[in-house]
Design a protein around this ligand. Structure first.
Ligand code: HEC
Ligand code: HEC
Length: 468
């Protein structure tokens, strides 16, 4: 009896405990499940910690290291109109977007892309300049250059219209120039933007053979076909707006419109800063009262005694960019590994090729190397939502180079016009049905597959992207 009562009592206590535990555990799981249901993947934001970029490639010779140093010094130099302002070099303007390469290519280190605080706000009034700030230039927005789609007579334009002039600057007496009428252009939806592309690892991109790019485009052709992905190289095939005619694959810039780092440097020096050089010897505006220096303003220094000072700035910029190390990704974690796999599973890698390989560069550090750029360097039709109506080389208004994703973890602004700071929005913007003159985006099926992932899987992909 006592025994029985004992059992009954302890049985009762046990039953009670189990019941209570079940209730507690039940509500715990219920809570956890409802949290999962409520959980929505989000961009974890710019990765903190060291910049992981800005240094030189490893394995450079001592001479290459010294060349890198002179290149970087030049890249950081600030230009003024006549070189009369301390610590500046001559050549700025008469029209320009900023007064140094490093100002636009700044984040997360020299050679990168748009910094958090836009230096174009300050340069508008620098040294007494009288520029109005165009409405699309914001202190906390991306560095931008502006292109007009059409000329006033309706014919295609597509060229860069510099934001600022040197009018009013203490070193440009007597020069009076009007800025382009950006307010009207905005009102007529005639203006489109580009933000800087990062330059880390650019020498590795330059050292990839054309055949490697073409073979990669042919790879996985059945999968690509089933996903509706094509892609083609841009070429210097003698179309207007291209700088060469040799028919080889071009690869730099948002539309892969430019052949080499040296040509890009020459063009950027004149287009962004108004500095004429041996590749682009004429001023873009030759108004006599604003024409202060002999052109080209920057030249080879045949009289330099130090051989490293003989090259023109354009050559020095190109060498710096060639020798900049690629960005260092974050170390793998479980979630990053899963994200990388899902990135491949849904088909992002059909355009964002994880790795290409370099050819026979004369620089040992660039020769026969893996390039983990996450791009096929080819053009894709991206739909009317991304289209900027600007054609360059073979690239039509809706075609863009697959943006290399290395260094993405540290980037603040995304897509060619810097329209978003949010990775999910950047991914969503890939999708678009056809409209007007444009076919549907080639990325549509891949983006649909990304959306079929659950929120946790999508979060892994975002962590992976921010690890790059
Ligand atoms: C006003 C800001 C600005 C300045 C100053 C500037 N850039 Fe750029 N840079 C850009 C933009 C915007 C792009 C993208 C252009 C495009 O694709 O249409 C770019 C792209 C590039 C690229 C292409 C990289 C790639 O992989 O696509 C190179 C190379 C480059 N710039 C070099 C330079 C050099 C060298 C200087 C200094 C002479 C310079 N830039 C000054 C804004 C700037
Ligand atoms: C059809 C080819 C294609 C596919 C598929 C594709 N992308 Fe892209 N991606 C591009 C192109 C082209 C751009 C540049 C678009 C622009 O700036 O207008 C880009 C840009 C991006 C950017 C912005 C990079 C920057 O520097 O601003 C991110 C992030 C990105 N892609 C992630 C993804 C992810 C994640 C997937 C898979 C879900 C994916 N992409 C699938 C072609 C593709």
């Amino acid at each position: 009896m006592i025994f029985h009562r004992h059992i009954t009592r302890s049985g009762y206590i046990m039953m009670l405990s189990v019941a209570m535990l079940t209730v507690i555990a039940g509500s715990f799981y219920e809570e956890a499940f409802s949290q999962i249901a409520r959980f929505a993947a989000r961009d974890p934001g710019v990765r903190t910690g060291s910049s992981g970029a800005g240094g030189m490639l490893s394995g450079l010779t001592e001479l290459e290291q010294r060349i890198f140093g002179t290149g970087r010094e030049q890249f950081e130099e600030v230009q003024s109109v006549q070189g009369t302002i301390p610590d500046t070099e001559l050549g700025l303007g008469p029209r320009f977007n900023l007064d140094s390469c490093a100002g636009c290519h700044a984040n997360p280190d020299i050679g990168g892309t748009s910094p958090a605080i836009n230096p174009q706000v300050e340069v508008a009034k620098k040294e007494g300049a009288s520029n109005d700030l165009p409405p699309f230039i914001k202190r906390d927005g991306p560095v931008r250059e502006a292109r007009f789609k059409h000329n006033p007579d309706g014919t295609a334009d597509g060229g860069v219209h510099a934001l600022f002039t040197i009018s009013g600057r203490s070193d440009a007496p007597g020069c009076f120039l009007q800025q382009p009428d950006f307010r009207t252009a905005v009102a007529r939806q005639n203006v489109v933007f580009r933000i800087p592309t990062p330059l880390f690892g650019a020498g590795l991109i330059e050292a990839i053979d054309d055949d490697t790019i073409l073979a990669n485009l042919q790879a996985h052709s059945a999968t690509k076909q089933s996903l509706g992905i094509g892609g083609r190289p841009n070429r210097t095939s003698g179309r207007p707006n291209t700088s060469g005619n040799d028919g080889t694959v071009t690869r730099f810039g948002w539309k892969a419109q430019n052949k080499s780092l040296e040509i890009f440097s020459g063009e950027a020096y004149n287009v962004e800063q108004g500095i004429t050089n041996e590749l682009f010897p004429q001023e873009r505006d030759e108004t006599p009262t604003c024409y202060f220096n002999a052109t080209p303003e920057n030249r080879t220094n045949f009289n330099a005694t130090d051989p490293l000072e003989v090259p023109s700035d354009v050559v020095k910029f190109a060498v710096l960019m060639r020798l900049l190390a690629p960005p260092t990704p974050a170390p793998d974690t479980d979630t990053i590994v899963r994200g990388r796999k899902l990135f491949g599973d849904v088909g992002c890698t059909m355009c964002h090729t994880p790795t290409l390989h370099t050819g026979k560069s004369p620089v040992e550090a660039l020769r026969d190397k893996d390039v983990n750029l996450y791009s096929d360097l080819a053009l894709h039709n991206m739909g009317p939502g991304l289209a900027d109506d600007v054609s360059q080389g073979n690239a039509a208004g809706d075609e863009f180079r697959t943006a290399p994703l290395w260094g993405l973890g540290k980037r603040i602004f995304f897509l060619h016009d810097g329209r978003t700071k949010d990775l999910l929005e950047a991914i969503q913007a890939h999708a678009g049905s056809g409209g007007g003159q444009y076919v549907p985006s080639e990325a549509n099926q891949v983006i649909a597959q990304f959306h079929r992932l659950n929120e946790i899987e999508r979060q892994h992909v975002l962590y992976f992207l921010r690890s790059l």
